[in-house]
Design a binder for this molecule. Structure first.
Ligand SMILES: [Fe+2]
Length: 193
């Protein structure tokens, strides 16, 4: 079902449909990563204006499309200055994330051990991703944080998930270095208009 019609939305959907036909999560996400970079750098796809409006109290998640037939979902996220996430997983789904506007700091974490509901993580890589760049995550290598490092500019990213992600696990830092408390989080959606 198309929730929103915007210039180039058909191109975006056809491109993702083609990639999803590939045989493995790695092949699909490799293809989507390349396509997403190309689409961001080109001008055929113009995301709806609301996607460029940040919320003051949380980063915005706007669902642009979910494929009934193929199951994947496309979500645009808008990051106000300094807005970001805790360490989180993707509920077992693969994901391709591209930066449409601005820049985002992405840090990947490796889960080392767990004890008494507490989890130990180690950062294993960080990048500052600019417009026209894209990365992918395939479980179990899915733990990461995203943050807009700017003091004044918003950032916009486009996320393609293998399914509709309604909740995920987030990890709150504890006092001890590298240890976190797990919590389940329901993910809300912001209005597309
Ligand atoms: Fe994420």
């Amino acid at each position: 079902m198309l929730t929103l019609d915007f210039p180039g939305s058909r191109i975006l959907i056809d491109t993702i449909d083609d990639a999803i036909a590939k045989h493995s999560a790695t092949a699909i996400t490799d293809s989507l990563r390349n396509s997403l970079c190309r689409l961001i750098r080109g001008n055929e796809v113009q995301l709806p204006a609301c996607v460029f409006e940040a919320n003051t109290d949380h980063y915005a998640r706007r669902e642009l499309y979910c494929s009934e037939k193929l199951g994947y979902c496309v979500v645009a996220m808008t990051w106000g200055p300094g807005q970001g996430t805790l360490i989180h997983d993707h509920d077992g789904m693969w994901c391709v994330e591209g930066v449409w506007n601005g820049a985002l700091d992405v840090v990947q974490y490796e889960r080392l051990e767990a004890a008494d509901g507490r989890y130990h993580f180690r950062p294993v890589g960080s990048i500052q991703a600019g417009p026209g760049s894209a990365g992918s995550l395939i479980p179990p290598h899915e733990y990461h944080t995203i943050r807009n490092p700017s003091d004044e500019a918003i950032a916009v990213s486009l996320h393609i998930y293998s399914g509709r992600m309604t909740h995920c696990a987030v990890f709150q830092p504890l006092d001890e270095d590298g240890w976190y408390q797990r919590a389940e989080r329901q993910l809300g959606l912001d209005q597309v208009h």
